[in-house]
Design a protein around this ligand. Structure first.
Ligand SMILES: Cc1cc2nc3c(=O)[nH]c(=O)nc-3n(C[C@H](O)[C@H](O)[C@H](O)COP(=O)(O)OP(=O)(O)OC[C@H]3O[C@@H](n4cnc5c(N)ncnc54)[C@H](O)[C@@H]3O)c2cc1C
Length: 295
Protein backbone atom coordinates (compact mmCIF):
# COMPACT_ATOMS: atom_id res chain seq x y z
CA UNK A 1 0.00 0.00 0.00
CA UNK A 2 1.27 3.46 -0.92
CA UNK A 3 2.21 5.80 1.93
CA UNK A 4 -0.32 8.61 2.33
CA UNK A 5 1.44 11.86 1.49
CA UNK A 6 0.09 15.35 0.99
CA UNK A 7 2.70 16.18 -1.69
CA UNK A 8 1.48 16.35 -5.26
CA UNK A 9 2.49 17.92 -8.53
CA UNK A 10 0.05 20.56 -9.77
CA UNK A 11 -0.67 20.49 -13.51
CA UNK A 12 -3.02 23.22 -14.76
CA UNK A 13 -4.69 22.96 -18.19
CA UNK A 14 -6.31 25.80 -20.11
CA UNK A 15 -7.75 23.83 -23.05
CA UNK A 16 -9.44 20.44 -23.41
CA UNK A 17 -6.56 19.24 -25.64
CA UNK A 18 -4.02 20.23 -23.00
CA UNK A 19 -6.00 18.41 -20.30
CA UNK A 20 -6.32 15.24 -22.42
CA UNK A 21 -2.58 15.33 -23.12
CA UNK A 22 -1.81 15.60 -19.39
CA UNK A 23 -4.30 12.82 -18.58
CA UNK A 24 -2.71 10.54 -21.18
CA UNK A 25 0.75 10.98 -19.62
CA UNK A 26 -0.21 9.48 -16.23
CA UNK A 27 -1.59 6.22 -14.89
CA UNK A 28 -5.16 6.19 -13.58
CA UNK A 29 -4.13 5.69 -9.92
CA UNK A 30 -1.53 8.49 -10.05
CA UNK A 31 -3.70 11.51 -10.82
CA UNK A 32 -6.98 13.24 -10.06
CA UNK A 33 -8.77 15.90 -12.03
CA UNK A 34 -9.75 18.96 -10.00
CA UNK A 35 -12.52 21.33 -11.08
CA UNK A 36 -14.08 23.29 -8.18
CA UNK A 37 -12.32 21.12 -5.60
CA UNK A 38 -15.37 20.86 -3.30
CA UNK A 39 -15.31 17.05 -3.09
CA UNK A 40 -11.70 16.44 -4.07
CA UNK A 41 -10.18 18.79 -1.48
CA UNK A 42 -12.32 17.24 1.25
CA UNK A 43 -11.24 13.71 0.28
CA UNK A 44 -7.58 14.80 0.26
CA UNK A 45 -7.91 16.69 3.55
CA UNK A 46 -9.28 13.54 5.17
CA UNK A 47 -6.42 11.57 3.59
CA UNK A 48 -8.86 9.30 1.78
CA UNK A 49 -6.89 9.85 -1.41
CA UNK A 50 -3.39 11.12 -2.10
CA UNK A 51 -2.86 11.63 -5.83
CA UNK A 52 0.67 12.27 -7.10
CA UNK A 53 -0.63 14.63 -9.79
CA UNK A 54 -3.54 17.08 -9.69
CA UNK A 55 -4.74 18.05 -13.16
CA UNK A 56 -6.60 21.34 -12.79
CA UNK A 57 -9.30 21.91 -15.40
CA UNK A 58 -10.87 25.00 -13.78
CA UNK A 59 -9.00 27.24 -16.25
CA UNK A 60 -10.60 25.60 -19.31
CA UNK A 61 -12.97 28.48 -20.05
CA UNK A 62 -14.24 26.77 -23.24
CA UNK A 63 -16.11 24.32 -20.95
CA UNK A 64 -17.79 27.01 -18.85
CA UNK A 65 -21.17 27.38 -20.55
CA UNK A 66 -24.89 26.69 -20.41
CA UNK A 67 -26.55 26.84 -23.85
CA UNK A 68 -30.02 26.18 -25.17
CA UNK A 69 -30.97 25.35 -28.75
CA UNK A 70 -34.56 24.70 -29.93
CA UNK A 71 -33.45 21.45 -31.63
CA UNK A 72 -30.50 20.23 -29.57
CA UNK A 73 -31.88 21.20 -26.17
CA UNK A 74 -29.72 22.19 -23.22
CA UNK A 75 -25.97 21.67 -22.99
CA UNK A 76 -24.08 22.20 -19.76
CA UNK A 77 -20.30 22.45 -20.02
CA UNK A 78 -18.12 20.61 -17.50
CA UNK A 79 -17.07 23.87 -15.83
CA UNK A 80 -20.60 25.21 -15.28
CA UNK A 81 -21.21 25.53 -11.55
CA UNK A 82 -24.30 24.57 -9.59
CA UNK A 83 -24.92 28.26 -8.98
CA UNK A 84 -24.80 29.19 -12.67
CA UNK A 85 -27.38 26.47 -13.42
CA UNK A 86 -29.57 27.65 -10.54
CA UNK A 87 -29.44 31.25 -11.73
CA UNK A 88 -29.69 30.67 -15.50
CA UNK A 89 -32.81 32.39 -16.94
CA UNK A 90 -33.03 29.96 -19.88
CA UNK A 91 -32.82 26.94 -17.56
CA UNK A 92 -35.50 28.48 -15.31
CA UNK A 93 -37.73 28.97 -18.38
CA UNK A 94 -37.20 25.59 -20.09
CA UNK A 95 -36.13 23.16 -17.33
CA UNK A 96 -37.25 24.78 -14.06
CA UNK A 97 -36.81 21.43 -12.26
CA UNK A 98 -33.02 21.88 -12.52
CA UNK A 99 -33.14 25.33 -10.84
CA UNK A 100 -35.41 23.95 -8.11
CA UNK A 101 -33.02 21.03 -7.57
CA UNK A 102 -30.00 23.34 -7.38
CA UNK A 103 -31.57 25.55 -4.69
CA UNK A 104 -31.10 22.69 -2.21
CA UNK A 105 -27.63 21.47 -3.18
CA UNK A 106 -25.22 22.08 -0.27
CA UNK A 107 -24.66 25.76 0.56
CA UNK A 108 -24.33 28.79 -1.73
CA UNK A 109 -20.54 28.71 -1.13
CA UNK A 110 -20.29 25.11 -2.36
CA UNK A 111 -22.62 25.85 -5.26
CA UNK A 112 -20.47 28.82 -6.29
CA UNK A 113 -17.37 26.63 -6.62
CA UNK A 114 -18.74 23.15 -7.31
CA UNK A 115 -19.52 22.08 -10.84
CA UNK A 116 -22.52 19.97 -11.80
CA UNK A 117 -20.23 17.59 -13.69
CA UNK A 118 -17.82 17.36 -10.72
CA UNK A 119 -20.76 16.38 -8.51
CA UNK A 120 -21.72 13.59 -10.95
CA UNK A 121 -18.08 12.45 -11.30
CA UNK A 122 -17.70 12.26 -7.53
CA UNK A 123 -20.53 9.70 -7.85
CA UNK A 124 -22.11 9.88 -4.42
CA UNK A 125 -25.26 7.68 -4.64
CA UNK A 126 -27.33 10.61 -3.34
CA UNK A 127 -25.99 13.18 -5.84
CA UNK A 128 -28.86 15.64 -6.38
CA UNK A 129 -28.51 16.22 -10.15
CA UNK A 130 -28.60 12.43 -10.78
CA UNK A 131 -32.38 11.75 -10.58
CA UNK A 132 -33.56 14.84 -12.54
CA UNK A 133 -30.97 14.19 -15.25
CA UNK A 134 -32.18 10.58 -15.50
CA UNK A 135 -35.80 11.79 -15.72
CA UNK A 136 -34.83 14.33 -18.39
CA UNK A 137 -33.08 11.61 -20.45
CA UNK A 138 -29.72 13.41 -20.25
CA UNK A 139 -26.43 12.08 -21.60
CA UNK A 140 -22.83 12.91 -20.73
CA UNK A 141 -20.02 13.32 -23.24
CA UNK A 142 -16.76 11.70 -22.19
CA UNK A 143 -13.56 12.58 -24.05
CA UNK A 144 -10.08 11.07 -24.11
CA UNK A 145 -7.24 11.21 -26.64
CA UNK A 146 -8.96 9.60 -29.64
CA UNK A 147 -12.04 8.82 -27.51
CA UNK A 148 -15.47 10.44 -27.67
CA UNK A 149 -18.32 8.57 -26.05
CA UNK A 150 -21.82 9.40 -24.93
CA UNK A 151 -23.16 7.84 -21.76
CA UNK A 152 -26.79 7.93 -20.58
CA UNK A 153 -27.21 9.61 -17.19
CA UNK A 154 -28.56 6.40 -15.67
CA UNK A 155 -25.48 4.46 -16.80
CA UNK A 156 -22.86 7.04 -15.85
CA UNK A 157 -22.26 5.82 -12.29
CA UNK A 158 -22.01 2.07 -11.93
CA UNK A 159 -21.18 1.69 -8.22
CA UNK A 160 -20.45 3.78 -5.12
CA UNK A 161 -18.01 6.47 -6.35
CA UNK A 162 -17.36 4.62 -9.66
CA UNK A 163 -18.22 6.08 -13.05
CA UNK A 164 -17.91 5.36 -16.77
CA UNK A 165 -14.90 7.74 -16.96
CA UNK A 166 -11.84 5.61 -17.71
CA UNK A 167 -8.13 6.38 -17.40
CA UNK A 168 -7.13 9.30 -19.61
CA UNK A 169 -10.73 10.53 -19.96
CA UNK A 170 -12.80 13.43 -18.70
CA UNK A 171 -16.40 14.57 -19.01
CA UNK A 172 -16.80 17.61 -21.23
CA UNK A 173 -20.55 18.18 -21.37
CA UNK A 174 -24.07 17.18 -20.30
CA UNK A 175 -26.84 17.21 -22.97
CA UNK A 176 -30.56 17.33 -22.22
CA UNK A 177 -33.09 16.95 -25.04
CA UNK A 178 -35.94 19.37 -25.65
CA UNK A 179 -38.99 18.42 -23.61
CA UNK A 180 -41.95 16.97 -25.54
CA UNK A 181 -45.19 19.03 -25.44
CA UNK A 182 -47.48 18.36 -22.45
CA UNK A 183 -44.56 17.40 -20.21
CA UNK A 184 -44.24 18.07 -16.50
CA UNK A 185 -41.19 17.32 -14.37
CA UNK A 186 -40.58 17.63 -10.66
CA UNK A 187 -37.87 16.64 -8.17
CA UNK A 188 -37.57 16.64 -4.44
CA UNK A 189 -35.13 15.32 -1.91
CA UNK A 190 -35.55 14.42 1.72
CA UNK A 191 -32.60 15.22 3.95
CA UNK A 192 -32.22 15.73 7.68
CA UNK A 193 -30.84 19.26 7.35
CA UNK A 194 -31.09 21.91 4.65
CA UNK A 195 -28.21 21.45 2.18
CA UNK A 196 -27.35 17.92 3.30
CA UNK A 197 -27.13 15.04 0.87
CA UNK A 198 -30.49 13.31 0.47
CA UNK A 199 -31.59 10.29 2.47
CA UNK A 200 -33.69 9.67 -0.62
CA UNK A 201 -34.68 11.76 -3.63
CA UNK A 202 -37.00 11.33 -6.61
CA UNK A 203 -37.58 12.97 -9.98
CA UNK A 204 -40.60 12.17 -12.14
CA UNK A 205 -41.27 13.23 -15.74
CA UNK A 206 -44.75 12.74 -17.17
CA UNK A 207 -45.72 13.45 -20.79
CA UNK A 208 -49.44 13.41 -21.55
CA UNK A 209 -50.96 12.64 -24.95
CA UNK A 210 -52.50 15.36 -27.17
CA UNK A 211 -55.82 15.25 -25.28
CA UNK A 212 -53.90 15.50 -22.00
CA UNK A 213 -55.65 12.37 -20.87
CA UNK A 214 -53.27 9.42 -21.14
CA UNK A 215 -49.63 9.16 -20.02
CA UNK A 216 -47.59 8.94 -23.24
CA UNK A 217 -44.22 8.78 -21.48
CA UNK A 218 -42.87 8.62 -17.96
CA UNK A 219 -39.34 8.60 -16.57
CA UNK A 220 -38.44 8.18 -12.93
CA UNK A 221 -35.03 8.79 -11.35
CA UNK A 222 -34.22 7.97 -7.73
CA UNK A 223 -31.27 8.99 -5.56
CA UNK A 224 -29.79 7.74 -2.28
CA UNK A 225 -31.54 4.38 -2.42
CA UNK A 226 -28.98 2.21 -4.26
CA UNK A 227 -25.23 2.31 -4.89
CA UNK A 228 -25.89 4.83 -7.70
CA UNK A 229 -28.80 7.02 -8.79
CA UNK A 230 -31.22 4.65 -10.54
CA UNK A 231 -33.98 4.70 -13.12
CA UNK A 232 -37.19 3.02 -11.91
CA UNK A 233 -38.15 1.45 -15.23
CA UNK A 234 -40.79 -0.96 -13.90
CA UNK A 235 -42.60 1.91 -12.16
CA UNK A 236 -42.52 3.94 -15.39
CA UNK A 237 -44.28 1.06 -17.17
CA UNK A 238 -47.10 1.18 -14.61
CA UNK A 239 -47.88 4.74 -15.74
CA UNK A 240 -47.32 4.62 -19.51
CA UNK A 241 -50.47 4.16 -21.63
CA UNK A 242 -52.87 4.82 -18.76
CA UNK A 243 -54.78 7.72 -17.25
CA UNK A 244 -52.71 8.87 -14.30
CA UNK A 245 -54.76 8.93 -11.11
CA UNK A 246 -53.71 9.08 -7.47
CA UNK A 247 -54.32 5.33 -7.26
CA UNK A 248 -52.11 4.66 -10.29
CA UNK A 249 -49.38 6.90 -8.85
CA UNK A 250 -49.58 4.96 -5.58
CA UNK A 251 -49.20 1.71 -7.55
CA UNK A 252 -46.19 3.08 -9.45
CA UNK A 253 -44.68 4.36 -6.19
CA UNK A 254 -44.93 0.92 -4.59
CA UNK A 255 -43.23 -0.64 -7.64
CA UNK A 256 -40.51 2.05 -7.57
CA UNK A 257 -39.81 1.31 -3.89
CA UNK A 258 -39.27 -2.35 -4.81
CA UNK A 259 -36.71 -1.32 -7.44
CA UNK A 260 -34.48 0.26 -4.78
CA UNK A 261 -31.69 -1.47 -2.84
CA UNK A 262 -30.73 0.98 -0.09
CA UNK A 263 -28.24 0.29 2.68
CA UNK A 264 -28.81 1.10 6.34
CA UNK A 265 -26.83 4.00 7.79
CA UNK A 266 -26.71 5.97 11.03
CA UNK A 267 -29.40 8.33 9.75
CA UNK A 268 -31.94 5.75 8.56
CA UNK A 269 -32.50 2.06 8.01
CA UNK A 270 -32.72 0.49 4.56
CA UNK A 271 -36.43 -0.21 5.17
CA UNK A 272 -37.08 3.44 5.98
CA UNK A 273 -35.31 4.63 2.81
CA UNK A 274 -37.27 2.15 0.67
CA UNK A 275 -40.54 3.41 2.11
CA UNK A 276 -39.38 7.02 1.68
CA UNK A 277 -38.54 6.45 -1.99
CA UNK A 278 -42.12 5.27 -2.63
CA UNK A 279 -43.60 8.23 -0.73
CA UNK A 280 -41.47 10.68 -2.72
CA UNK A 281 -42.43 9.13 -6.06
CA UNK A 282 -46.12 9.51 -5.20
CA UNK A 283 -45.74 13.17 -4.12
CA UNK A 284 -43.40 14.16 -6.93
CA UNK A 285 -45.49 12.29 -9.53
CA UNK A 286 -48.58 14.25 -8.49
CA UNK A 287 -46.80 17.59 -9.08
CA UNK A 288 -45.27 16.36 -12.36
CA UNK A 289 -48.80 15.42 -13.51
CA UNK A 290 -50.22 18.84 -12.56
CA UNK A 291 -47.38 20.49 -14.46
CA UNK A 292 -48.00 18.30 -17.52
CA UNK A 293 -51.71 19.24 -17.45
CA UNK A 294 -50.82 22.95 -17.36
CA UNK A 295 -47.95 22.77 -19.90
C1 LIG B 1 -20.37 20.48 2.58
C2 LIG B 1 -20.81 19.86 1.28
C3 LIG B 1 -22.16 19.56 1.11
C4 LIG B 1 -22.57 19.00 -0.11
N1 LIG B 1 -23.91 18.72 -0.28
C5 LIG B 1 -24.35 18.23 -1.47
C6 LIG B 1 -25.72 18.00 -1.72
O1 LIG B 1 -26.59 18.26 -0.89
N2 LIG B 1 -26.08 17.49 -2.92
C7 LIG B 1 -25.19 17.22 -3.90
O2 LIG B 1 -25.57 16.78 -5.00
N3 LIG B 1 -23.86 17.46 -3.73
C8 LIG B 1 -23.43 17.95 -2.54
N4 LIG B 1 -22.11 18.20 -2.32
C9 LIG B 1 -21.16 17.86 -3.38
C10 LIG B 1 -20.82 19.07 -4.21
O3 LIG B 1 -21.91 19.43 -4.99
C11 LIG B 1 -19.63 18.65 -5.04
O4 LIG B 1 -18.52 18.61 -4.14
C12 LIG B 1 -19.26 19.56 -6.19
O5 LIG B 1 -20.32 19.81 -7.07
C13 LIG B 1 -18.15 18.87 -6.99
O6 LIG B 1 -17.79 19.69 -8.06
P1 LIG B 1 -16.30 20.25 -8.13
O7 LIG B 1 -16.24 21.04 -9.37
O8 LIG B 1 -15.95 20.95 -6.86
O9 LIG B 1 -15.52 18.88 -8.28
P2 LIG B 1 -14.11 18.44 -7.66
O10 LIG B 1 -14.19 18.36 -6.19
O11 LIG B 1 -13.03 19.26 -8.24
O12 LIG B 1 -14.06 16.98 -8.28
C14 LIG B 1 -14.94 15.97 -7.81
C15 LIG B 1 -14.60 14.65 -8.47
O13 LIG B 1 -14.94 14.70 -9.84
C16 LIG B 1 -13.80 14.51 -10.69
N5 LIG B 1 -14.02 15.43 -11.80
C17 LIG B 1 -14.34 16.74 -11.75
N6 LIG B 1 -14.58 17.22 -12.98
C18 LIG B 1 -14.41 16.20 -13.83
C19 LIG B 1 -14.52 16.06 -15.24
N7 LIG B 1 -14.88 17.08 -16.03
N8 LIG B 1 -14.28 14.85 -15.80
C20 LIG B 1 -13.94 13.79 -15.02
N9 LIG B 1 -13.81 13.86 -13.68
C21 LIG B 1 -14.04 15.06 -13.10
C22 LIG B 1 -12.60 14.81 -9.80
O14 LIG B 1 -11.46 14.10 -10.21
C23 LIG B 1 -13.10 14.33 -8.46
O15 LIG B 1 -12.96 12.93 -8.35
C24 LIG B 1 -21.64 18.74 -1.13
C25 LIG B 1 -20.29 19.06 -0.94
C26 LIG B 1 -19.87 19.61 0.24
C27 LIG B 1 -18.41 19.97 0.40
Amino acid sequence: MKAITTDFKYLPATTVDEALELLSQHKDDEYRIIAGGQSLNTAMKHRLIAPEYIIDIKGITELDYIKFDQKAGLTIGALATHRSLEKSPIVREKYSVLCEMEENVASVETRNWGTVVGDLCNADPAVDPGPPLIALDATLTVAGKGVAKTVAAEEFAFDFFETAVQAGEMVTEIQIPVLAPNTGVYFTKYSQMQGDYALASAAVLITLDKKKDICANARIGLGGVASTPIRAKKAEKVLIGKKVTEALLAEAAAVAAEETSPVSGIEASAEYKKELAGTLVKRVGKIALERAQKA
